[in-house]
Design a protein around this ligand. Structure first.
Ligand SMILES: N[C@@H](CCC(=O)N[C@@H](CS)C(=O)NCC(=O)O)C(=O)O
Length: 210
C-alpha cells in the first residue's frame, strides 16, 4: 500500500488524487490526514519541507512534491498517461503544470498575508498576490493553445488551481472575463475525479471536518 499524506483542502494533494482516480489506481493509495501546524504533526519524517502532499512507498522511502508524486503515479499503472514522454508535448504539459501550480500558490500566499495581524500585514504583498492571480488567468486565456489537446498533468494542475481560486476568492469573476478558460473549467469540473476530490468529499472520506 502507498500512503499519501494529504489535507482535505490541499489543491496539491488534489492533483495527485485526481491522477490516481483518472487512472483507476486510487485503491492503491491509503490517505493519511496530516496535521501541518498542530502538536501532532509528523509530516517532517515524510517531507522535510513540511508540506503536503508526500507519498510513502512500500519500502518506507518517500516522494515529494506533487509534480514528482503525480509522475510516479502516472508511471505506476493504468491509463491514460498524463505525462507525455518526450519532445514538445512533454514540455507543454510540464509548462502548464508549472502555471497551474503557480496559480495555486498565489491565493495561498494572498490568504496567508491577509491572515497576519494587521500591524504586520503588507498591502503591497496583498496586491502582489492578488495581481498574480489575475495575471496568470489572463495569460492562460491568451495562450489557450497550451491547454488544447488531450488532458495532461498540466490540465489537472490548472483545474486544481482554478478551483482553489474559486474557493479562496469566490468574488473573482474570472469565468466571464476569460470565456475560453471558463468553458474549459466548466467541462473539467464535471469529471468524476474532480467532483470526488473537493474539500467536502475529501473530509468525508477522511472522516474529519473541513
Ligand atoms: N510545491 C509543493 C507545494 C505544496 C504545498 O504548498 N502544500 C501546502 C498545502 S496545499 C502546504 O503543505 N502548506 C503548509 C505550509 O505552507 O506551511 C507541491 O507541489 O507539492
Amino acid at each position: 500500500m502507498l500512503t499519501l499524506r494529504v489535507t482535505p483542502r490541499s489543491p496539491f494533494a488534489r492533483k495527485c488524487m485526481m491522477v490516481a482516480l483518472e487512472k483507476g489506481i486510487f485503491g492503491k493509495l491509503e490517505l493519511s490526514d496530516t496535521d501541518l501546524y498542530g502538536e501532532n504533526q509528523d509530516i517532517d519524517e515524510d517531507n522535510p519541507v513540511r508540506k503536503v502532499p508526500a507519498l510513502r512507498l512500500e519500502d518506507g522511502t518517500t516522494l515529494f512534491d506533487s509534480p514528482v508524486i503525480c509522475e510516479y503515479l502516472d508511471c505506476l499503472d493504468g491509463d491514460p498517461i498524463f505525462h507525455p514522454q518526450e519532445g514538445e508535448p512533454r514540455f507543454k504539459a510540464l509548462k502548464l503544470q508549472a502555471l497551474g501550480d503557480g496559480l495555486t500558490e498565489a491565493p495561498q500566499s494572498h490568504y496567508k498575508e491577509l491572515a497576519r495581524p494587521e500591524k504586520f500585514r503588507s498591502e503591497e504583498m496583498v496586491m502582489k498576490h492578488a495581481n498574480a492571480i489575475d495575471r496568470i488567468i489572463t495569460w492562460t486565456e491568451k495562450n489557450f493553445d497550451l491547454i488544447e489537446g488531450p488532458m495532461t498533468i498540466g490540465g489537472i494542475a490548472l483545474a486544481c488551481g482554478l478551483a482553489y481560486v474559486n474557493e479562496r476568492q469566490p468574488n473573482t469573476d474570472w469565468h466571464h472575463k476569460n470565456p475560453k478558460l471558463g468553458a474549459w473549467y466548466c467541462e473539467i469540473s464535471d469529471r468524476a475525479s474532480f467532483q470526488a476530490t473537493t474539500k467536502q468529499a475529501n473530509a468525508k472520506r477522511l472522516g474529519v471536518s473541513n
